[in-house]
Design a protein around this ligand. Structure first.
Ligand SMILES: *[C@@H]1O[C@H](CO)[C@@H](O)[C@H](O)[C@H]1NC(C)=O
Ligand SMILES: *[C@@H]1O[C@H](CO)[C@@H](O)[C@H](O)[C@H]1NC(C)=O
Ligand SMILES: *[C@@H]1O[C@H](CO)[C@@H](O)[C@H](O)[C@H]1NC(C)=O
Length: 405
Protein backbone atom coordinates (compact mmCIF):
# COMPACT_ATOMS: atom_id res chain seq x y z
CA UNK A 1 0.00 0.00 0.00
CA UNK A 2 1.45 3.43 -0.85
CA UNK A 3 1.26 6.30 1.60
CA UNK A 4 -1.66 7.90 -0.15
CA UNK A 5 -3.90 4.91 -0.01
CA UNK A 6 -2.75 4.24 3.53
CA UNK A 7 -3.83 7.75 4.39
CA UNK A 8 -7.28 7.35 2.93
CA UNK A 9 -7.57 3.92 4.42
CA UNK A 10 -6.98 5.49 7.78
CA UNK A 11 -9.44 8.28 7.14
CA UNK A 12 -12.08 5.78 6.17
CA UNK A 13 -11.38 3.73 9.25
CA UNK A 14 -11.56 6.85 11.36
CA UNK A 15 -14.86 7.84 9.82
CA UNK A 16 -16.40 4.47 10.53
CA UNK A 17 -15.08 4.46 14.04
CA UNK A 18 -16.44 7.91 14.79
CA UNK A 19 -19.78 7.38 13.15
CA UNK A 20 -20.32 4.15 15.03
CA UNK A 21 -19.63 5.96 18.28
CA UNK A 22 -21.86 8.84 17.39
CA UNK A 23 -24.60 6.39 16.56
CA UNK A 24 -24.31 5.16 20.12
CA UNK A 25 -24.83 8.68 21.30
CA UNK A 26 -21.33 9.37 22.48
CA UNK A 27 -18.80 11.33 20.51
CA UNK A 28 -16.49 11.58 23.49
CA UNK A 29 -14.13 8.68 23.73
CA UNK A 30 -11.50 9.36 26.33
CA UNK A 31 -11.62 12.41 28.51
CA UNK A 32 -10.79 13.59 31.98
CA UNK A 33 -13.44 13.54 34.69
CA UNK A 34 -15.58 16.66 35.12
CA UNK A 35 -14.37 17.29 38.63
CA UNK A 36 -15.35 20.76 39.73
CA UNK A 37 -13.45 20.69 43.00
CA UNK A 38 -10.11 20.21 41.32
CA UNK A 39 -8.38 23.22 39.90
CA UNK A 40 -5.02 24.70 39.23
CA UNK A 41 -4.57 25.71 42.88
CA UNK A 42 -4.96 22.11 44.03
CA UNK A 43 -2.59 20.95 41.32
CA UNK A 44 0.16 23.39 42.24
CA UNK A 45 -0.19 23.11 46.01
CA UNK A 46 3.10 21.24 45.99
CA UNK A 47 4.90 24.27 44.56
CA UNK A 48 4.58 25.57 48.06
CA UNK A 49 4.17 28.87 49.76
CA UNK A 50 2.19 30.76 47.13
CA UNK A 51 -1.34 31.74 48.04
CA UNK A 52 -3.79 30.59 45.38
CA UNK A 53 -7.55 31.23 45.02
CA UNK A 54 -10.12 29.60 42.74
CA UNK A 55 -12.90 31.51 40.97
CA UNK A 56 -15.70 30.47 38.63
CA UNK A 57 -17.30 32.67 36.00
CA UNK A 58 -20.34 31.91 33.87
CA UNK A 59 -20.31 33.26 30.34
CA UNK A 60 -23.43 34.73 28.76
CA UNK A 61 -23.76 31.53 26.73
CA UNK A 62 -23.71 29.34 29.83
CA UNK A 63 -20.16 28.00 30.07
CA UNK A 64 -18.80 27.77 33.62
CA UNK A 65 -15.11 28.56 33.53
CA UNK A 66 -12.41 28.39 36.15
CA UNK A 67 -9.94 31.13 36.90
CA UNK A 68 -7.11 30.83 39.41
CA UNK A 69 -5.45 33.72 41.15
CA UNK A 70 -2.07 34.10 42.80
CA UNK A 71 -2.75 37.36 44.63
CA UNK A 72 0.79 37.85 45.88
CA UNK A 73 4.21 36.32 45.78
CA UNK A 74 6.66 35.28 48.47
CA UNK A 75 8.39 38.63 48.05
CA UNK A 76 7.93 41.81 46.06
CA UNK A 77 5.23 44.45 46.25
CA UNK A 78 5.03 47.42 48.52
CA UNK A 79 2.96 47.14 51.71
CA UNK A 80 -0.22 49.20 51.50
CA UNK A 81 0.02 49.60 47.73
CA UNK A 82 -2.44 47.99 45.36
CA UNK A 83 -0.95 45.25 43.25
CA UNK A 84 -1.56 45.72 39.54
CA UNK A 85 -3.58 42.78 38.14
CA UNK A 86 -2.15 40.74 35.25
CA UNK A 87 -4.17 38.19 33.31
CA UNK A 88 -2.24 35.32 31.69
CA UNK A 89 -4.16 33.85 28.76
CA UNK A 90 -3.10 30.45 27.45
CA UNK A 91 -3.25 29.19 23.86
CA UNK A 92 -5.03 26.44 21.98
CA UNK A 93 -4.82 22.77 23.08
CA UNK A 94 -3.42 23.71 26.49
CA UNK A 95 -4.74 25.31 29.68
CA UNK A 96 -3.56 27.74 32.34
CA UNK A 97 -1.14 25.19 33.79
CA UNK A 98 1.28 26.08 31.00
CA UNK A 99 2.16 29.24 32.96
CA UNK A 100 3.24 27.18 35.96
CA UNK A 101 5.23 24.31 34.51
CA UNK A 102 8.70 25.68 35.10
CA UNK A 103 10.24 26.07 38.54
CA UNK A 104 8.79 28.98 40.61
CA UNK A 105 11.91 31.05 39.86
CA UNK A 106 11.31 30.62 36.12
CA UNK A 107 7.50 30.43 35.70
CA UNK A 108 5.90 33.66 34.53
CA UNK A 109 3.03 33.45 37.04
CA UNK A 110 5.37 33.28 40.05
CA UNK A 111 7.88 35.71 38.59
CA UNK A 112 5.10 38.30 38.26
CA UNK A 113 3.68 37.55 41.72
CA UNK A 114 7.18 37.96 43.20
CA UNK A 115 7.47 41.30 41.43
CA UNK A 116 4.40 42.73 43.08
CA UNK A 117 1.66 41.77 40.62
CA UNK A 118 -1.72 40.16 41.29
CA UNK A 119 -1.79 37.23 38.85
CA UNK A 120 -4.96 35.78 37.27
CA UNK A 121 -4.93 32.57 35.23
CA UNK A 122 -8.12 31.74 33.29
CA UNK A 123 -8.94 28.49 31.49
CA UNK A 124 -10.88 28.54 28.23
CA UNK A 125 -14.01 26.43 27.72
CA UNK A 126 -13.38 22.75 27.03
CA UNK A 127 -10.09 22.49 28.94
CA UNK A 128 -10.03 20.24 31.99
CA UNK A 129 -11.10 22.72 34.68
CA UNK A 130 -13.61 24.55 32.49
CA UNK A 131 -15.87 21.77 31.25
CA UNK A 132 -19.14 22.66 32.97
CA UNK A 133 -22.14 24.41 31.50
CA UNK A 134 -25.47 25.59 32.91
CA UNK A 135 -27.50 23.24 30.71
CA UNK A 136 -25.15 21.23 28.49
CA UNK A 137 -22.88 18.33 29.32
CA UNK A 138 -19.45 18.15 27.74
CA UNK A 139 -20.60 14.91 26.15
CA UNK A 140 -23.29 16.81 24.17
CA UNK A 141 -22.24 17.76 20.63
CA UNK A 142 -23.85 21.18 21.23
CA UNK A 143 -21.33 21.85 23.99
CA UNK A 144 -18.61 21.86 21.29
CA UNK A 145 -20.39 24.21 18.88
CA UNK A 146 -17.92 27.11 19.07
CA UNK A 147 -14.69 28.48 17.65
CA UNK A 148 -12.32 31.20 18.81
CA UNK A 149 -14.98 33.71 17.73
CA UNK A 150 -16.89 32.65 20.85
CA UNK A 151 -13.74 32.90 22.99
CA UNK A 152 -13.53 36.50 21.77
CA UNK A 153 -17.17 37.33 22.36
CA UNK A 154 -17.91 35.31 25.54
CA UNK A 155 -14.90 33.87 27.40
CA UNK A 156 -12.52 36.82 27.25
CA UNK A 157 -15.13 39.40 28.39
CA UNK A 158 -16.06 37.13 31.33
CA UNK A 159 -12.42 36.78 32.41
CA UNK A 160 -11.60 40.47 32.09
CA UNK A 161 -14.82 41.55 33.84
CA UNK A 162 -14.03 39.23 36.74
CA UNK A 163 -10.55 40.66 37.26
CA UNK A 164 -11.73 44.23 36.71
CA UNK A 165 -14.55 43.85 39.27
CA UNK A 166 -12.49 41.97 41.85
CA UNK A 167 -9.56 44.37 41.77
CA UNK A 168 -11.19 47.64 40.72
CA UNK A 169 -8.27 48.19 38.38
CA UNK A 170 -7.53 48.01 34.69
CA UNK A 171 -5.80 44.82 33.67
CA UNK A 172 -2.42 44.08 32.11
CA UNK A 173 -2.98 41.32 29.56
CA UNK A 174 -0.47 38.63 28.59
CA UNK A 175 -1.37 36.18 25.82
CA UNK A 176 0.53 33.32 24.28
CA UNK A 177 -0.29 31.87 20.86
CA UNK A 178 -4.11 31.70 20.48
CA UNK A 179 -4.24 33.84 23.61
CA UNK A 180 -2.84 36.66 21.44
CA UNK A 181 -5.24 36.02 18.56
CA UNK A 182 -8.28 36.29 20.85
CA UNK A 183 -7.06 39.58 22.30
CA UNK A 184 -6.06 41.16 18.99
CA UNK A 185 -9.41 40.23 17.44
CA UNK A 186 -11.23 41.59 20.47
CA UNK A 187 -9.30 44.87 20.59
CA UNK A 188 -9.84 45.34 16.84
CA UNK A 189 -13.58 45.41 17.50
CA UNK A 190 -13.09 47.91 20.31
CA UNK A 191 -14.03 45.32 22.93
CA UNK A 192 -12.27 45.15 26.33
CA UNK A 193 -9.94 48.04 25.53
CA UNK A 194 -11.58 50.20 28.19
CA UNK A 195 -10.60 47.64 30.85
CA UNK A 196 -7.09 46.91 29.59
CA UNK A 197 -4.06 48.87 30.70
CA UNK A 198 -1.59 47.21 28.35
CA UNK A 199 -1.15 43.97 26.43
CA UNK A 200 1.78 41.63 25.90
CA UNK A 201 1.73 39.23 22.95
CA UNK A 202 4.09 36.25 23.19
CA UNK A 203 4.44 34.24 19.95
CA UNK A 204 1.76 36.42 18.40
CA UNK A 205 -0.64 34.65 16.11
CA UNK A 206 -2.99 36.47 13.81
CA UNK A 207 -2.01 35.50 10.31
CA UNK A 208 -0.99 31.91 9.64
CA UNK A 209 -0.09 31.87 5.94
CA UNK A 210 3.50 30.84 6.53
CA UNK A 211 2.99 28.44 9.39
CA UNK A 212 5.54 25.75 8.65
CA UNK A 213 5.16 23.23 11.41
CA UNK A 214 4.84 19.93 9.56
CA UNK A 215 1.96 18.51 11.51
CA UNK A 216 0.22 21.87 11.62
CA UNK A 217 0.17 22.22 7.87
CA UNK A 218 -0.98 18.64 7.44
CA UNK A 219 -3.72 19.01 10.02
CA UNK A 220 -4.86 22.28 8.49
CA UNK A 221 -5.20 20.62 5.11
CA UNK A 222 -7.07 17.70 6.60
CA UNK A 223 -9.34 19.95 8.63
CA UNK A 224 -10.59 22.06 5.76
CA UNK A 225 -10.88 18.90 3.70
CA UNK A 226 -12.69 15.66 4.30
CA UNK A 227 -12.09 15.51 8.05
CA UNK A 228 -14.58 18.30 8.62
CA UNK A 229 -17.48 16.18 7.54
CA UNK A 230 -16.22 13.21 9.48
CA UNK A 231 -15.71 14.85 12.87
CA UNK A 232 -18.71 17.16 12.78
CA UNK A 233 -19.48 18.94 16.03
CA UNK A 234 -17.30 17.19 18.52
CA UNK A 235 -14.65 17.44 21.11
CA UNK A 236 -11.11 17.31 19.79
CA UNK A 237 -9.25 15.55 22.57
CA UNK A 238 -5.57 15.17 21.61
CA UNK A 239 -5.17 12.48 24.26
CA UNK A 240 -7.90 10.28 22.81
CA UNK A 241 -7.08 7.24 20.78
CA UNK A 242 -8.99 8.49 17.80
CA UNK A 243 -6.98 11.69 17.58
CA UNK A 244 -3.63 10.04 18.06
CA UNK A 245 -4.58 7.56 15.35
CA UNK A 246 -5.49 10.50 13.13
CA UNK A 247 -2.22 12.31 13.80
CA UNK A 248 -0.16 9.19 13.31
CA UNK A 249 -1.94 8.48 10.04
CA UNK A 250 -1.22 12.03 8.88
CA UNK A 251 2.47 11.72 9.70
CA UNK A 252 2.86 8.30 8.12
CA UNK A 253 0.88 9.22 5.01
CA UNK A 254 3.08 12.25 4.44
CA UNK A 255 6.33 10.69 5.50
CA UNK A 256 6.82 13.17 8.34
CA UNK A 257 8.71 12.22 11.46
CA UNK A 258 6.29 12.98 14.26
CA UNK A 259 8.05 10.94 16.88
CA UNK A 260 8.70 14.15 18.76
CA UNK A 261 5.21 15.65 18.69
CA UNK A 262 6.23 18.69 20.71
CA UNK A 263 8.78 19.71 18.06
CA UNK A 264 6.47 18.68 15.24
CA UNK A 265 3.89 21.15 16.56
CA UNK A 266 5.88 24.09 17.86
CA UNK A 267 9.19 24.20 16.01
CA UNK A 268 12.67 23.63 17.37
CA UNK A 269 12.64 25.15 20.84
CA UNK A 270 16.13 26.15 21.91
CA UNK A 271 15.84 26.28 25.64
CA UNK A 272 13.56 23.71 27.19
CA UNK A 273 14.61 21.59 30.14
CA UNK A 274 13.79 17.90 29.51
CA UNK A 275 12.10 17.50 32.89
CA UNK A 276 9.93 20.53 32.11
CA UNK A 277 8.84 18.96 28.84
CA UNK A 278 7.94 15.75 30.72
CA UNK A 279 5.84 17.71 33.16
CA UNK A 280 4.23 19.61 30.29
CA UNK A 281 3.28 16.40 28.54
CA UNK A 282 1.78 15.04 31.78
CA UNK A 283 -0.49 18.10 32.00
CA UNK A 284 -1.18 18.89 28.39
CA UNK A 285 -2.50 18.77 25.74
CA UNK A 286 -6.09 19.71 26.47
CA UNK A 287 -9.27 19.44 24.46
CA UNK A 288 -10.66 22.04 22.15
CA UNK A 289 -13.57 21.87 19.72
CA UNK A 290 -13.12 20.41 16.28
CA UNK A 291 -14.92 23.47 14.93
CA UNK A 292 -12.24 25.69 16.48
CA UNK A 293 -9.50 23.79 14.66
CA UNK A 294 -11.46 24.06 11.42
CA UNK A 295 -11.63 27.82 11.96
CA UNK A 296 -7.87 27.95 12.54
CA UNK A 297 -7.33 25.86 9.42
CA UNK A 298 -9.40 28.40 7.47
CA UNK A 299 -7.01 31.11 8.66
CA UNK A 300 -4.10 29.07 7.33
CA UNK A 301 -5.88 28.50 4.03
CA UNK A 302 -7.24 32.01 3.47
CA UNK A 303 -4.38 34.09 4.89
CA UNK A 304 -7.06 36.32 6.36
CA UNK A 305 -8.27 36.90 9.87
CA UNK A 306 -12.03 36.51 9.68
CA UNK A 307 -14.91 34.94 11.52
CA UNK A 308 -15.79 31.30 11.01
CA UNK A 309 -16.62 30.51 7.40
CA UNK A 310 -19.78 28.40 7.16
CA UNK A 311 -18.53 27.17 3.82
CA UNK A 312 -20.93 28.81 1.40
CA UNK A 313 -22.63 32.12 0.73
CA UNK A 314 -26.17 31.16 1.80
CA UNK A 315 -25.01 29.83 5.18
CA UNK A 316 -22.80 32.86 5.75
CA UNK A 317 -25.79 35.08 4.84
CA UNK A 318 -27.82 33.39 7.56
CA UNK A 319 -25.14 33.95 10.21
CA UNK A 320 -23.60 37.24 9.15
CA UNK A 321 -25.95 38.84 6.62
CA UNK A 322 -23.17 38.74 4.06
CA UNK A 323 -21.72 36.15 1.69
CA UNK A 324 -18.23 36.13 3.23
CA UNK A 325 -17.48 36.03 6.94
CA UNK A 326 -16.64 39.44 8.45
CA UNK A 327 -12.92 40.26 8.70
CA UNK A 328 -11.23 41.27 11.94
CA UNK A 329 -9.42 44.45 10.90
CA UNK A 330 -6.37 44.69 13.16
CA UNK A 331 -5.66 48.23 11.98
CA UNK A 332 -8.61 49.20 14.15
CA UNK A 333 -6.82 48.33 17.38
CA UNK A 334 -6.77 51.65 19.28
CA UNK A 335 -3.38 53.18 18.40
CA UNK A 336 -2.79 54.40 21.96
CA UNK A 337 -3.10 50.96 23.58
CA UNK A 338 0.35 50.05 24.96
CA UNK A 339 1.47 46.84 23.24
CA UNK A 340 4.54 44.65 23.70
CA UNK A 341 5.13 41.94 21.08
CA UNK A 342 7.78 39.28 21.50
CA UNK A 343 8.41 36.78 18.72
CA UNK A 344 11.00 34.14 17.86
CA UNK A 345 13.06 33.37 14.78
CA UNK A 346 12.51 29.60 15.09
CA UNK A 347 8.79 29.69 15.82
CA UNK A 348 7.04 27.41 13.35
CA UNK A 349 3.54 28.51 14.36
CA UNK A 350 4.17 32.23 14.55
CA UNK A 351 6.35 32.60 11.46
CA UNK A 352 8.38 35.80 11.18
CA UNK A 353 6.68 36.61 7.84
CA UNK A 354 3.25 36.35 9.45
CA UNK A 355 4.43 38.54 12.34
CA UNK A 356 5.58 41.03 9.69
CA UNK A 357 2.02 41.10 8.31
CA UNK A 358 0.73 41.71 11.82
CA UNK A 359 3.24 44.52 12.40
CA UNK A 360 2.27 46.04 9.07
CA UNK A 361 -1.36 46.24 10.22
CA UNK A 362 -0.07 48.05 13.33
CA UNK A 363 2.05 50.52 11.38
CA UNK A 364 -0.14 53.45 12.39
CA UNK A 365 0.13 52.55 16.07
CA UNK A 366 1.33 55.47 18.21
CA UNK A 367 5.09 55.73 18.30
CA UNK A 368 6.20 54.76 21.79
CA UNK A 369 3.10 52.58 22.40
CA UNK A 370 4.36 49.61 20.42
CA UNK A 371 7.37 47.67 21.70
CA UNK A 372 8.68 44.82 19.59
CA UNK A 373 11.17 42.21 20.70
CA UNK A 374 12.72 39.61 18.39
CA UNK A 375 14.55 36.59 19.79
CA UNK A 376 16.44 34.80 17.07
CA UNK A 377 16.68 31.36 18.68
CA UNK A 378 13.24 31.11 20.23
CA UNK A 379 10.46 28.81 19.06
CA UNK A 380 6.86 28.63 20.25
CA UNK A 381 7.25 26.97 23.64
CA UNK A 382 10.42 28.82 24.68
CA UNK A 383 8.31 31.85 25.58
CA UNK A 384 6.46 30.02 28.34
CA UNK A 385 8.89 27.28 29.34
CA UNK A 386 12.35 28.35 28.24
CA UNK A 387 15.00 28.36 30.95
CA UNK A 388 16.16 31.75 29.65
CA UNK A 389 12.68 33.29 29.32
CA UNK A 390 12.89 35.16 32.61
CA UNK A 391 16.09 36.92 31.62
CA UNK A 392 15.21 37.50 27.98
CA UNK A 393 11.47 38.18 28.08
CA UNK A 394 9.87 38.43 31.53
CA UNK A 395 12.20 41.09 32.90
CA UNK A 396 11.51 43.23 29.81
CA UNK A 397 7.79 42.60 30.24
CA UNK A 398 7.93 43.81 33.84
CA UNK A 399 9.79 46.98 32.82
CA UNK A 400 7.13 47.52 30.15
CA UNK A 401 4.32 47.17 32.74
CA UNK A 402 6.12 49.60 35.06
CA UNK A 403 6.51 52.10 32.23
CA UNK A 404 2.76 52.19 31.50
CA UNK A 405 1.53 51.92 35.09
C1 LIG B 1 -24.18 26.06 16.23
O1 LIG B 1 -24.28 27.40 16.62
C2 LIG B 1 -24.76 28.26 15.60
C3 LIG B 1 -24.75 29.68 16.12
O2 LIG B 1 -23.46 30.04 16.48
C4 LIG B 1 -26.14 27.86 15.16
O3 LIG B 1 -26.59 28.68 14.12
C5 LIG B 1 -26.09 26.41 14.69
O4 LIG B 1 -27.39 25.98 14.38
C6 LIG B 1 -25.50 25.52 15.77
N1 LIG B 1 -25.32 24.20 15.21
C7 LIG B 1 -25.83 23.12 15.78
C8 LIG B 1 -25.62 21.85 15.05
O5 LIG B 1 -26.46 23.18 16.82
C1 LIG C 1 15.93 20.95 34.78
O1 LIG C 1 14.95 21.07 35.79
C2 LIG C 1 15.19 20.27 36.93
C3 LIG C 1 13.98 20.39 37.84
O2 LIG C 1 13.63 21.73 38.08
C4 LIG C 1 16.47 20.74 37.58
O3 LIG C 1 16.75 19.93 38.71
C5 LIG C 1 17.61 20.64 36.58
O4 LIG C 1 18.77 21.19 37.14
C6 LIG C 1 17.27 21.40 35.31
N1 LIG C 1 18.30 21.17 34.31
C7 LIG C 1 18.82 22.17 33.63
C8 LIG C 1 19.84 21.77 32.59
O5 LIG C 1 18.50 23.34 33.78
C1 LIG D 1 -9.10 48.54 8.23
O1 LIG D 1 -9.18 49.66 9.07
C2 LIG D 1 -8.40 50.77 8.63
C3 LIG D 1 -8.43 51.82 9.73
O2 LIG D 1 -9.74 52.08 10.13
C4 LIG D 1 -8.94 51.26 7.30
O3 LIG D 1 -8.17 52.34 6.83
C5 LIG D 1 -8.90 50.09 6.28
O4 LIG D 1 -9.50 50.48 5.10
C6 LIG D 1 -9.62 48.88 6.85
N1 LIG D 1 -9.39 47.74 5.96
C7 LIG D 1 -10.37 46.99 5.53
C8 LIG D 1 -9.98 45.85 4.64
O5 LIG D 1 -11.54 47.19 5.82
Amino acid sequence: MDYRSFFFFNLAFLALFLLSHQALGSSRLVSPPDDESEGICAAIATVGGYECQEFKVTTDDGYILSVSRIPEGLRGGVAGQKRPPVLLQHGVLVDGMTWLINSPEESLAMVLADNGFDVWIPNFRGSRYSRNHQTLSSSDPDYWNWTWDELVSHDLPSFIDLVFKQTGQKVHYVGHSMGTLIALASFSEGMQVDKIKSAVMLSPIAYLSYMNTAIGVLSAKAFVGEITKVFGLAEFNPKSKIVSTFLRALCVANNVDCYDLMTAFTGKNCCLNASTVDLFLKNEPQSTSTKNLIHMAQTVRDGLLSKYDYGNAPFNMVHYGQAKPPVYNLSRIPPNLPLFLSYGGKDALSDVRDVATLLDSLKLHDVGKLHVQYIKDYAHADFIMGVTAKDLVYNQMISFFMSVN
